[in-house]
Design a protein around this ligand. Structure first.
Ligand SMILES: *Cc1c(COP(=O)(O)O)cnc(C)c1O
Length: 393
């Protein structure tokens, strides 16, 4: 059965726009699909930065997932939402001393360490707390994920990770430091990856390195392959849930794990993106010289992805779904030329007051919202509260 988002228009009429609408049913459905497809010996850690809405986080924590955090604030929010500290992993190139100490004190499961310099600092701070820090080395596997340059992270010229050519030095260092315990290796090759080939390549690289390490008597108990599974921004109702089974199967089939080895995933976008829409109203339909502008009351401060990554989001006219189509540039009110949601977008004709849904906005939407131009932060509403019980699923 396909689960597609339904919009409770009656309830929406009473809410001030713009706001985020989360389909909490679809979220639970997605989590069930993910959990069912997860291979044995594997654990998924939700990449919290994709969506840190407390209600969404609670639902995700209740599914049994761990969390992948990139700041002290995210670790605190994850624990608050019910994620177990030992199931939290801490990534990021610039962990501050304060963040490292907080992570050590709450007993997080693993630091994904991004440089030898960081390894030394974690060792020193762990000593001051009288604990041993569990660490994995984030290694850069030189794989081109063929995605946007701002979200590709696995290539060599990159601020992320430790270059594989110096991995041996980092491993030796980690083994020599008294207050860190080397658990394994971490990889993350990018985001919004739509073919499985980069993941297959990653498996092959990891497999080779595991053989080399094993030959030298180094046992990596923890293999973390990061996140990055993409979603269908063009057809959210056709593909509301990513094909987790096909994705996980790549790793289950192509990465031979030893007894006692565990596989870790860090999906972010694939968990939450399709569950959220940004709901906005048309303020003005402005006739330009050659085009029409639909000026809406949501801006790049509410949803930054189009301005930051030239990202495309499907837009739906909720008020007049069957009107004759017309072509618009859908733009926000923020004083920036980049404040554009869509260019030459064909939509059922809109008028002042038309309500639009900017789809697939559940990931990297609300979390990136800002108060630029002194605008209000967008509020969030949930299908659990707005949809009558009989209309769910
Ligand atoms: C952002 C990030 C993720 C999540 O990526 P998605 O593309 O949202 O799945 C996972 N791991 C690390 C280290 C990240 O930085």
């Amino acid at each position: 059965m396909k689960k597609t988002t339904r919009f409770p228009l009656g309830a929406f009429e009473k809410i001030e726009t713009p706001f985020y609408y989360y389909d909490t049913d679809l979220l639970r459905y997605t989590l069930a699909a993910l959990t069912a497809a997860l291979p044995p010996q594997a654990k998924a850690h939700y990449a919290v930065k994709a969506n840190i809405n407390p209600r969404m986080m609670k639902i995700i924590a209740a599914s049994g997932m761990g969390a992948d955090c990139v700041s002290g604030g995210e670790i605190a929010a994850a624990i608050e939402a019910g994620f177990l500290p030992q199931d939290i992993v801490f990534s990021g190139v610039g962990k501050s001393d304060k963040e490292i100490l907080a992570a050590l004190r709450c007993g997080i499961g693993c630091f994904n360490v991004e440089s030898v310099e960081e390894l030394d600092v974690i060792d020193q701070l762990a000593a001051t707390c009288g604990v041993t820090a569990p660490v994995a080395l984030r290694l850069n596997p030189h794989i081109d994920a063929h995605t946007h340059k701002y979200i590709t992270t696995g290539l060599s010229e990159n601020k992320f990770g430790i270059d594989i050519t110096v991995a041996d030095k980092a491993i030796e260092r980690a083994l020599a430091l008294p207050n860190v315990r080397l658990r394994g290796a971490h990889f993350h090759i990018g985001s919004q990856i739509l073919t499985l080939e980069p993941f297959r390549l990653l498996c092959r690289r990891i497999g080779e390195w595991l053989r080399q390490w094993r030959a030298r008597g180094i046992f990596m108990e923890y293999i973390n392959v990061g996140g990055g599974l993409g979603i269908d921004y063009d057809a959210p109702d056709e593909h509301p849930v990513p094909d987790f089974a096909a994705y996980f199967d790549v790793f289950a089939n192509e990465l031979a794990l030893d007894e006692g080895q565990t596989l870790h995933f860090e999906p972010g976008r694939s968990v939450v993106a399709q569950c959220g829409s940004l709901i906005t109203r048309v303020l003005y339909v402005k006739q330009g010289l050659n085009k029409k502008f639909a000026i809406v009351d949501a801006g790049m401060n509410d949803l930054l992805r189009p301005a930051l990554y030239q990202a495309r989001h499907e837009i739906e006219n909720l008020t007049e779904p069957y009107a004759q189509t017309d072509t618009y540039d859908v733009v926000g009110p923020v004083c920036e030329s980049a404040d554009v949601f869509a260019t030459d977008k064909e939509l059922p004709a809109v008028v002042r007051g038309s309500m639009l849904a900017i789809r697939s906005a559940g990931a990297y939407g609300e979390t990136m919202a800002s108060r630029y131009n002194s605008r209000e932060l967008p509020c969030a509403y949930f299908s659990d509260d707005l949809l009558p019980a009989g209309q769910k699923i």
